[in-house]
Write a protein that binds this ligand. Structure first.
Ligand code: APR
Length: 334
């Protein structure tokens, strides 16, 4: 399974964390299989780390655990979504945690589904250490990153992004913590201060030495003109998309902010993530430990489904659109 270099899930430890699937190559193939109902060992460890969590009394919508059981098994989907909408309306701080599954309906492949990014590329080739190691690795990296950027450049937000943006407009969103690098939450209308990009952004390129930022399209132009591994105009340093690669340090401010928001929210909604990459995947646990209700909306099961208050296995777009419709109705927003 995956490991995090952090010894615990305390926010103070997180600043030195590296973004890491223990062995990315292995993770790509195995995690897809292990992100299933059978992935219990890691969850057991996490629960031990979390200590005295009282799951039994926590319920979404103030109903008893037996009702929750019904809600998750065999409860009509529409009623479930109506209840979820109600939970958003009554919540004081709603955090949406998004993963690549939120953007697949915009034409951007996720990582671990069949046909996903890690089926087509070897994650080792994206590892930070390799990027630093040689000019040949950097050229290969840029070649792959250029391919990967193509659908991102033209993608438009889908129903799920639009629903999240509308939650902000309705005053029902504390923040979005996203693992996505595609910038689609912004294109959908979420504001800069409400989106925490935990894994950076593909929309910019930065110099690893002097930190100068470049517009991605400007650098892609250079690649088109024949540069294979571009360098900084100012200092000659290595240019790299402003994303966080395997083995690269997590952005300190964003990571701390994400932990803070996770620990202070009262409703935490995961949308479209396999929840297997640390430290991002520990956010729902931090939220749960601090008393938030946990909702997981994902096409496939995740290792944390059993500890969630409500799980919806479905498409992010239509699910979020239905929830939003009910939220608007309940708020009298039309
Ligand atoms: N609706 C709902 N769920 C979906 C949809 C959809 N339309 N499409 C895909 N999914 C689900 C898949 O079932 C899968 O469980 O989204 C999940 C995507 O999981 P991953 O591909 O693992 O993506 P993510 O969780 O964001 O990965 C985390 O891993 O390699 C790194 O940098 C990468 O930020 C990424 C991190």
């Amino acid at each position: 399974m995956l490991s995090s270099p952090c010894k615990s899930y305390e926010p103070r430890d997180i600043q030195n964390c590296k973004f890491e699937a223990r062995n990315p190559g292995e993770a790509s193939r195995r995690d897809r299989l292990e992100t299933s109902k059978n992935s219990k060992p890691e969850q057991g460890n996490i629960l031990q780390k979390l200590g005295n969590l009282n799951f039994g009394l926590i319920s979404i919508f103030d109903i008893r655990i037996s009702d929750l059981h019904k809600l998750n098994r065999g409860y009509p989907m529409d009623d479930k979504l109506k209840q979820l909408a109600h939970s958003i309306v009554i919540a004081k701080r709603v955090v949406v945690f998004s993963g690549a599954g939120l953007s697949t309906e915009s034409g951007i492949p996720d990582f671990r589904s069949p046909g996903g990014v890690w089926d087509r590329y070897d994650p080792e080739d994206f590892a930070f250490q390799n990027f630093l190691a040689s000019e040949a690795s950097r050229e290969k990296y840029w070649q792959m990153a250029t391919e990967f950027y193509k659908p991102i450049k033209t993608a438009q937000p889908n129903q799920a992004h639009l629903a999240v943006a509308e939650l902000e407009r309705l005053g029902k969103l504390d923040c979005v913590i996203t693992q996505n690098i595609d910038g689609l939450h912004f294109k959908a209308g979420n504001s800069e201060e409400r989106v925490i990009q935990l894994h950076g952004t593909a929309i910019f390129v930065s110099c690893l030495s002097c930190k100068k930022r470049y517009d991605r399209d400007e650098i892609q132009e250079r690649i088109l003109r024949g540069q294979k591994a571009p360098r900084c105009d100012d200092c000659g340093g290595l240019l790299k998309p402003a994303t966080v690669s395997f083995g690269q340090s997590m952005p300190e401010r964003e990571t701390q902010e994400a932990y803070h928001r996770s620990s202070t929210c009262d409703l935490f909604i995961v949308v479209g993530s396999s929840l297997v990459v640390q430290p991002a995947a520990s956010m729902p646990l931090v939220a749960k430990r601090n008393g938030a209700r946990l909702v997981i909306i994902n096409r496939d099961p995740t290792p944390y489904d059993d500890m969630a208050d409500v799980v919806v296995h479905g498409q992010a777009g239509s699910t979020m659109a239905s929830i939003l419709e009910y939220v608007r109705k309940e708020l009298g927003a039309g």
